[in-house]
Write a protein that binds this ligand. Structure first.
Ligand code: PLP
Length: 442
């Protein structure tokens, strides 16, 4: 084994794959071979290990266990799909479907018709359409309604969401001219009113998402803005980002503005993501007044932003879970939110009794995905004290499947809120294997 790992043909893979994964691949190959010490056989084994390593390099997406406590972790793929949505993806992707085929007439149909109907029912909006992500939804709205014209935005809404999505930059790329009003902390309805001109295309409101301003602040209500837009004949668009369809306060979290509330407040259009609090696939949804959604539908850009059948299938199955309160926890995001502290403590007990040196510890989980950035969700973690927390987290990351944990106060923490109960046994056995040698007895 040592000779294989040191062999330069194998060691060359180390920077990309890490020693741990290479060792595993070599063990798999050697486990299958019967060794006789023949030199030709050695070369064959090296070749087989190299093949396995090549496979690993192109295996780009691997399932991971999220022990970070961040429910909508953008780096880990945001919302996991419900079993219903995952099944729908397999069904739609595995064979033919009526994606653009009208079964009643036998003629070409619309790929957006059925999902539009489901979105109308779920949001209460007059009409809705789906694109690739929320950034695309904002771009489509601005390109359709504001190209070469002015968009009024409060200075406290000129945010960067992350991943390079900056409101002023998206505005600029869409060919709209940004008109900033108010100050960083205070903006009044009169500021918007004064900025209105014949060149105004729309007023844009954005969800602050990943920051909050506290103290001496003021902002007009959405209703006041809607009323102003109505008087001036200017659409008021709100980029909600997370797009909750239900009240998070039901789960003991703070209230996050819902899509229905924004529509109810009179927003002309709202945009939101499919894979944040909605709990579905990556998608961007525009919902609101039918006459404007109809204009978006005629924009040729829509062809480049449209979603595939896998997304439509997953989104439709996700929306079905909102039809009835009893179905909602089929969505993993809401199941994680609904887990009680006694539930989590009970699961922690199993870890503590099986993994030497593990303790149950209070922890803070987060929603992530730009929703309620400062709202801590009380949670329970399994804490492991070890000489080198960095080594343990690295070794967990390199495991099969990788486990993503965090380090806090010198301990490795695995938050149970984002680990599925079905994953507990696998995590426990991995910890027994990895952690038992690294316990600091103090
Ligand atoms: C997350 C977010 C976006 C971007 O959404 P994607 O679906 O990742 O494109 C846009 N606006 C706001 C307010 C957000 O929170």
């Amino acid at each position: 084994m040592h000779r294989i790992l040191e062999d330069e043909r194998i060691a060359a893979h180390e920077p990309g794959l890490g020693r741990e994964r290479i060792k595993r691949a070599a063990e798999e190959v050697i486990g299958r071979a019967r060794l006789s010490g023949d030199e030709r056989e050695y070369d064959a084994i090296v070749a087989a290990v190299r093949n396995r390593l090549d496979d690993l390099r192109i295996e780009s997406l691997v399932p991971v266990i999220n022990a970070t406590g961040v429910i909508l972790h953008t780096n880990l793929g945001r919302a996991p799909l419900s079993p219903d949505a995952a099944t729908a993806v397999v069904a739609a992707g595995g064979w033919y479907s009526n994606l653009e085929y009208d079964l009643s007439t036998g003629e070409r149909g619309s790929r957006n018709a059925a999902i539009g109907e489901a979105l109308r029912a779920a949001t209460g909006a007059e009409d809705a359409l789906v694109v690739n992500n929320c950034a695309a939804a904002v771009l489509l709205v601005l390109d359709t309604l504001a190209k070469g014209r002015e968009v009024i935005v409060a200075r406290n809404a000129l945010v960067e969401i992350g991943g390079g999505f900056r409101v002023p930059d998206v505005l600029e790329r869409s060919g709209a001219k940004l008109v900033e009003v108010g100050t960083t902390n205070r903006v009044y309805i009169e500021d918007f009113e004064r900025a209105l001109s014949p060149r105004t295309a729309l007023i844009l409101r954005t969800h602050a998402s990943n920051y909050s301003i506290e103290g001496f602040t003021h902002e007009p209500s959405a209703r006041d803005l809607a009323a102003l837009g109505q008087r001036a004949g200017v659409p008021v668009v709100e980029d909600l980002g997370s797009g909750a369809l239900c009240d998070l306060a039901e789960y003991g979290a703070a209230h996050e503005r819902t899509v229905q509330e924004a529509i109810g407040d009179g927003m002309t259009l709202v945009t939101f993501s499919g894979d944040k609090l909605l709990g579905g696939p990556q998608a961007g949804i525009v919902a609101g007044r039918a006459y404007l959604v109809a204009r978006l539908r005629t924009n040729p850009l829509l062809r480049a932003l449209r979603v595939g059948k896998l997304t439509i299938a997953a989104l439709a199955a996700t929306l079905r879970c909102y039809r009835d309160r009893s179905l909602r926890e089929r969505l993993p995001v809401y199941r994680m939110l609904a887990a009680t502290l006694p539930d989590l403590r009970k699961r922690a007990k199993a870890y503590v009794s099986e993994v030497r040196g593990a303790l149950a510890s209070e922890s803070d989980a987060y929603l992530g995905g730009g929703a309620l950035p400062r709202a801590r969700i009380p949670s329970i973690a399994v804490a492991i004290r070890t000489e080198s927390p960095q080594d343990l987290t690295a070794s967990l990351r390199m495991g099969h499947p990788p486990i993503i944990a965090r380090i806090e106060s010198g301990r490795v923490l695995l938050d149970l809120r984002t680990i599925a109960p079905e994953e507990d046994q696998l995590v426990i056995s991995t910890l027994i294997e990895k952690a038992v040698f690294s316990i600091d007895p103090s």
